[in-house]
Design a protein around this ligand. Sequence first.
Ligand code: BES
Ligand code: ZN
Length: 622
Amino acid sequence: MLRRTLLLSAIAIPALSACASTVGAADPMAPLPHDTSSHARPDEARVRHVSLDLTADFDRKVFHGKATLDIVARNDAREIVLDSDGLVIRAVRAGTREAAYTIGEVSAGKGAPLTIQLNGARQIEIEYESAPNASALQWLEPAQTASNKRFLFSQGQSIHNRTWIPTQDSPGIRQTYDARIVVPADLKAVMSAEMLTPDGEPAGEGQRAFRFRMPQPIPPYLIAIGIGDLAFRAVGPRTGVYAEPSVVERGAYECADMERMMDVAEALYGPYRWGRYDVLILPPSFPYGGMENPRLTFLTPTFLAGDRSLVSLVAHELAHSWSGNLVTNAVWADSWLNEGFTSYIEGRIGEALFGAEHARMAEALAWSDIQAALTTVTPDGQRLHWVGEVDANENSSAITYDKGATFLRTVERIVGRDRLDSYLRSYFDRYAFQPMTTQAFLADFRQHVVRGDAALEERLMLDQWAYEPGIPSNAVAPVASGFDEIPNYVAAFVAGGPAAAAPWEHWNTMQRQRYLQTMPRQLPAERLRELERAFALDTIGNMEVRFDWLMIAVRNGYQPSGPAVERFLSEQGRGKFVRPIYRALMDEGAWGQNLARTLYRNVRGRYHPIVQAGVDRIVTPA
Ligand code: BES
Ligand code: ZN
């Protein structure tokens, strides 16, 4: 018996490590799945470390300076291929000598390959500058910020960092980095890294330099920078808020639960491995709700509701410290491994902090989003693992996020919460700082949880969840009793009753959203006026609720809310809010199209390049 056990484990151990090495592991040249979004050829040569020495030139809207890359390469590798998009290359050295390089053909959305001859060197130095229209960067004029000073921020995900950093821009190719950034002396620089010089150091006439260090290997889309008039408030021993001075107090109030969120996530999924967790609240043109840049989440100011009702956004970005930043989708076709896992963990953090009923309501809102996506998204777009040509910029979030999270909740229901929790904890430990694929995740889950149990395998429907369109029949549909009464209030309102009959003042944000989101699509103008007046929806401070209302107003061609729509589209540039409103306006005949076109001509320049590109496709000139 003893002999047999020994024999079994002798077989099991090599099998286990072989599995781990298929997606990265400690071997710096471990094989990677092919990333169609990158020009890199990581099987020949890989970037391991990026060292940036850059100056931010706000007048010309460019970074200029030098990137020094440490690489690992096969002995016979003669060149390394980097990603670049619009970079102006001034000089390239390999080791100490000038190196020959070529910039290949630009392919749509992917930029061009920058191929450098190595001549045996394992360090290369690139003198370059970014283009003024680099899609990762938004250079803000003083009028676009709260402090009336200039501001710059970057957004790397998914494939934008190649517009300001010449490196291999593929999520499987993990890199450490350090940086020295020179900025105008009245501004401060922060990055997704350890801040070595909180107050900066003198760097010539009217300038200051800031230095940073990220010692953990990260996927390159997580290199991020913000430069502006920034203040800081601690909210806990490891947590704090950076924002422009007039925003930082509101930010600290809204983020008061951050340290507790970290404690909850660590208790579930193991130690937070990045040191500090701070957030940077950006000016209103930030194109996303949030971005999980390591050590320094970037946040839209539109989550500042004044009552902490939208902090699930922070829970989400914090959760990426495990799912995404620690264990990372190797290719964007598997981004549900980042976002679906993260949405599931976001829900678990919310449940621990605010209770089960709160969590069920969030799940029920997401469930409705999934149902809507199943009617609007093509079957191919309904798969968790994307197949075929994948546009790394286009995510159907209801699938990637909510179907992904529902998958894990379904697994949780079937195998039990304790078993899933301990599995996930071990998964984050096993694959820490490694890339992951759908295939490798399913293999790992089968090895550690299913373990050949055919009945369990059948109940889980793992492959159907991962690879097929639609929602498998074993899906756990959320039941939120906090929404039970809402259909009655909607019906009473639609039948002509006063809007104020609904207990709006007692509802939380999600109940208010449910009420608005389940209104019939067409409502008479009189009903819309009644709704708006009862709850001051044109000006309500909660931007998620205001967005839900303005979608109703626009879809009904309700012209009295036109000025509120214009204000909403002028005052912030979050893609999730801005794109659907323009889309609805363009569907609304002459009134909506005129409003959209005229307004967009005026405000386009305030939007982030990523959002501009999206709205350009929606608002076509007359
Ligand atoms: N990583 C994403 C943002 C992202 C996704 C950037 C795809 C580029 C391409 C971030 O974690 C996120 O999911 N943000 C959401 C908020 C969240 C609460 C669903 C957002 O920005 O709305
Ligand atoms: Zn996310």
